[in-house]
Design a protein. Structure first.
Length: 171
C-alpha cells in the first residue's frame, strides 16, 4: 500500500480553512484522487453529535467507542480518547486515501499551507514549521518578508494551485 500524502491547511479562526479544504477536495476528486480529512475542533468543547441516537446512548452507557453503519456510511463516535494526530492519521489511512488533508493542528510538522488575512497573521503564522505555501488576499510581495521563497497564492486561485501542489507531492 502506498502511503497517502498528508498535508495541512492552517490559519486563524474564520480565515476560510473549511471553505478551502472543501474546494481542494472537489478539485482532487475531479482529478481522480481520493481524499480524507481530519479537522481539529478548536472552538472549545466536544464536536456536535446526535445526542438521542443509539451511538450516543451506547457512549453514555460506558462504551469507549461506537460505530454505526448503514447503506455504506459509517459514523464513529469515541470519547475519553486523547489521540495524537499521528494516530488519527493511521485511523484515516485505513480508508485507503491518496491524500489526507488536515484542517488545523497549527503546531504539527506536516507540510502545510497557511491562510493569511493580514500582516499581523503573517508574522504569527510564519513561525510555524514546514510551511510550503501561503494563501492570501494580500499582494504576494507583501508576503515575501514572512514566507521567503515559499509559494504564495491569491485566495481566488488557491484551491486549484493547492490541489495541483498536493498531487505533485504524491508522485
Amino acid at each position: 500500500m502506498v502511503k497517502p500524502v498528508v498535508f495541512q491547511i492552517v490559519g486563524f479562526k474564520n480565515s476560510g480553512k473549511t471553505t478551502l479544504v472543501q474546494a481542494v477536495i472537489r478539485k482532487l476528486q475531479k482529478r481522480g484522487f481520493a481524499a480524507v480529512t481530519i479537522k481539529h475542533h478548536g472552538h472549545g468543547g466536544k464536536p456536535d453529535v446526535l445526542e438521542d441516537k443509539d451511538t450516543s446512548l451506547h457512549m453514555r452507557a460506558g462504551a469507549l467507542a461506537s460505530l454505526a453503519e448503514g447503506e455504506g456510511s459509517i459514523l464513529i463516535q469515541a470519547d475519553r480518547l486523547d489521540w495524537p494526530l499521528e494516530r488519527l492519521i493511521q485511523l484515516m489511512s485505513a480508508f485507503g486515501p491518496d491524500i489526507i488533508l488536515i484542517e488545523g493542528y497549527k503546531k504539527e510538522c506536516y507540510p502545510k499551507a497557511v491562510i493569511v488575512r493580514n500582516l499581523e497573521e503573517a508574522e504569527d503564522l510564519s513561525r510555524l514549521d514546514n510551511i510550503h505555501a501561503a494563501v492570501t488576499p494580500l499582494l504576494p510581495e507583501d508576503m515575501h518578508p514572512y514566507f521567503g521563497k515559499n509559494l504564495v497564492w491569491s485566495s481566488s486561485e488557491a484551491a486549484d494551485k493547492l490541489a495541483a501542489y498536493v498531487i505533485s507531492l504524491s508522485q
